[in-house]
Design a protein around this ligand. Sequence first.
Ligand code: FES
Length: 140
Amino acid sequence: MSESTRRAVVIRTALAGAAALLAQAVARVRPADAATSPGHPAERPAPGPIARLRDIPVGGGMVVRGQWVVTRPERRVVRVFDAACTHQGCPVSEVRDGLIICPCHGSRFSITDGAAVVGPARRPLTRRRFAILRGRIHLR
Ligand code: FES
């Protein structure tokens, strides 16, 4: 075997070994990365408090971060809904005159139970479970 052939064999062997080590490292790292990345559903962090109870007007409500609607139909009654309109998914934009309003096609929803009271939406807004801790509303 010539010197150049021997050198080529040594380089190929070294590259193959390096590739195998890299493949093992990737295989070890991937599952942990997938489990801890912020977008992974199992590890998605809780959003923390989404609103303070005292900021929700009695007889009205507010849209929070474009994602949820918190309403307070009565002083001691609080509701949380997803902001996605059940017609075509636009985020509802405001709470006015006791109704949750979608700006896209004009649907209106009850602040009490999320029912569609003016179409084109027919289905109610999706209710969310929550807890009130020290005057702050937390999703569950
Ligand atoms: S998406 Fe809300 S009314 Fe159409």
